[in-house]
Design a binder for this molecule. Sequence first.
Ligand code: ADP
Ligand code: MG
Length: 256
Amino acid sequence: MSKPQEFILTIENVNKSFEGFKAISDLNFYMDKGELRTIIGPNGAGKSTFLDLITGKIKTDTGKILFGNEDHDLTKLREYQINRLGIARKFQTPSVYEDHTVFDNIMLSLPESRGVFSSIFFRLDSEAKDRITEILKTIRLKDMETVIAGALSHGQKQWLEIGMLLAQQPKLLLVDEPAAGMSDDETKRTGELLLSLEEKHSIIVIEHDMEFVRQIARKVTVLHQGKVIKEGSMDSIQSDPTVAEVYLGRKHSTAA
Ligand code: ADP
Ligand code: MG
């Protein structure tokens, strides 16, 4: 017998209007635990609104958003409650503790350190230290652990912030346009980082840069006018006439 399907997210019949304008329209979306899912779609497709609805930043008009096995309906919870269930969001602009070292940034993000103010009373045990080291290796900043975060490049700050989110051991990680403003080399390394997280983590990446999308693509969801118009492999997306129509007149590098 095959293992029963385990969804991390079950989104059904969700609608959201802004003053009569339908930003999200009868949206259905299902995601397996451990998936790395990429969401693309033209400007105004509803991608950021989609994330805002999951995190509770804005409220749905109708529909349900169920999280994990417990089937918590996120539409009935407040933003901080949703965050506490284990949903972490990475915004486009990195926010790190600029005056602290790379190592301390991760340490301060551990749930048991409870943030910057209690940290002078926080004693690091070897288990926590190992976890920090593991994260630093994952984000490839181990060699820079003693560097002050303010001195990092834009890309390195983005990786550090992903590491800070990982320190919170989120069940679902939401990442909005991670490659924005990065050099080609940084973009490629960001893709490698996200790929290294799949299976151990459930991740949704919203992305603009189609070369980057091709690098990380597993299952890709195309949003248009607040609806899912296509879902599947990158090949099936690229050969789909409806998707092509939506992107008509645009070059692939700016298509998402
Ligand atoms: P995307 O991230 O795919 O570019 P958004 O989710 O930001 O798209 O926006 C979807 C649509 O909803 C856009 O037409 C946008 O102008 C509109 N929209 C988003 N947020 C608001 C808001 N707070 N008030 C009014 N309109 C909004
Ligand atoms: Mg957006």
